[in-house]
Design a protein. Structure first.
Length: 466
């Protein structure tokens, strides 16, 4: 079978035939890959929690910042994947290689700048978020190493996105899974010491993460360069590089901004919750990590709806776009019902495993029971945003996250903190998810039913050289 016929077969699998199998084929590898990465956060939380509540609170303070940087990386990956896949679709492998290489160079330059700024602003930033005393000391110890390891995080994320853009979803998932395995194996040894390895407390968690990321960098670049042959080792022409960067950033900036809004909101609410004490901050950190893990299938769905919606919209199959989105909404509902049942049966068990004290476990359980019923709304938001990003409506996708976070999530949480205890903050978060989710899903389906081809990006298969 020729390369062109393979491409045709891959494309027809999304624009023709049953939709559910296509969704499943794209989603399943992502579930395992994302689960592997998120499991690292859970393991870190568990072992750091054994050091004490202040250490766990320190890790909780770092979560929105580390998540924000990761979200920016995902945005860069989205931009790279979009332009590279278009070039491949236009049978221009040479330009696809140029775009891939330039995307990685852009990611490297940006991450060096961001990590340098972050490294020298640790104390003022986390003081602003409400950290102080020993908690701020532990944060500084952790984040200094974390910022040094940033290039080993961002570049592989972009490289894996490029690999997926050529139709390979398996290798990125395997790389993430292998890296997570290394991180999980090293974390307890680095924190508590093992043989010749001295105990390094919270710094050990950061070092184990850095080592795993270095492995990820090597593997991702190896697959991209040798197996997929999608990057090239040559000095870029300045004007071509600038043009490539513009193409990537046009998509990456709204996508990255949308992804980073959620951790910004979590950071603001963390600062609000800091007024209730270290136990409540630690509990919020534990609960949001468990919540993120529970949302993995919906995150994988958001990664799957993009190529399905984009290809079918480009082919003029608007009804298949609507049907695929409806299927994704239904899957979110079914998965959310499972989450509710699991949380009501085992939330206290999960919280106890990760918490540093009974008080932290109890507060975490309260969060999971209250917010768990609303995760369907969050799932609808991320799926809707991803679908519209693929149709060229990235600003609308960004507005969805802004609606949830800045119109509902933060204001309602702040209002609850003024008059009530932390449980009412959890109720505010749950309300924000449900209200924004229903509004976003309803608007998206209504817009799609009325939309015409020219309402989106008319050049889905545009020549990126122009």
């Amino acid at each position: 079978m020729t390369e062109s016929s393979k491409k045709s077969e891959d494309k027809s699998s999304l624009v023709e035939g049953p939709i559910l199998p296509a969704i499943s084929r794209l989603t399943m590898p992502m579930i395992f890959g994302i689960a592997a990465i998120f499991s690292v956060s859970i393991v870190d939380t568990y072992f750091v929690g054994q050091l004490g509540t202040d250490y766990l609170a320190a890790l909780s303070f770092t979560f929105p910042v580390t998540m924000a940087v990761t979200s920016l990386s995902v945005g860069l990956g989205s931009g790279a994947s979009s332009v590279v896949s278009r070039a491949i679709g236009a049978n221009d492998k040479t330009y696809a290689k140029r775009l891939s290489t330039d995307s990685l160079l852009l990611a490297g330059l940006l991450v060096i700048f961001i990590s340098a700024v972050g490294y020298f602003t640790i104390a003022p930033l986390f003081t602003l978020l409400g950290a102080s005393g020993d908690v701020l000391t532990y944060i500084t110890q952790y984040m200094r190493i974390w910022y040094i390891s940033m290039p080993f995080l961002v570049i592989p994320i972009v490289a894996n996105a490029i690999i997926r853009s050529v139709g390979n979803a398996l290798w990125p998932s395997l790389i993430m899974f292998f890296s997570a395995g290394i991180n999980i194996a090293l974390t307890p040894a680095m924190i508590f010491g093992f043989g010749p390895i001295p105990a390094m407390d919270i710094e050990g968690a950061a070092i184990s993460t850095m080592i795993a990321r270095m492995v990820t960098l090597v593997l991702a670049l190896y697959v991209a360069y040798y197996r997929e042959q999608i990057i090239e080792l040559c000095k870029p022409d300045y004007y071509v590089f600038v043009a490539s960067c513009k193409s990537v950033l046009k998509i990456a900036l709204p996508a990255g901004a949308g992804s980073v809004i959620n951790p910004i909101g979590i950071g603001i609410v963390t600062a609000i919750i800091a007024g209730y004490g270290a136990d409540t901050v630690a509990a919020f950190g534990v609960a949001t990590r468990i919540e993120s893990f529970a949302c993995i299938p919906m995150m994988a769905l958001s990664a799957s709806i993009g190529p399905i919606a984009g290809q079918n919209w480009g082919a003029g199959n608007k009804q298949r776009v609507i049907k695929a989105l409806q299927y994704c909404y239904l899957i979110c509902v079914l998965w959310s019902l499972i989450i509710i049942a699991v949380f009501y049966g085992f939330a206290d068990v999960f919280a106890s495993l990760l918490a540093s004290s009974d008080s932290v476990a109890s507060k975490s359980t309260d969060y999971l029971l209250i917010v768990g019923v609303s995760l369907v709304g969050y799932g609808w938001i991320i799926v809707s945003s991803a679908a519209l990003n693929s149709l060229g409506k990235s600003v609308t996708g960004l507005s969805y996250y802004a609606l949830r976070t800045f119109v509902l999530y933060v204001p309602l949480s702040l209002a609850a903190s003024v008059w009530f205890d932390e449980r009412w903050i959890y109720i505010a978060i749950s309300t924000s998810n449900l209200v924004s989710g229903f509004l976003v899903a309803g608007y998206t389906l209504l817009w799609l039913k009325k939309a015409k081809q020219e309402d989106c990006d008319p050049n889905w298969s545009l020549n990126l050289l122009n």
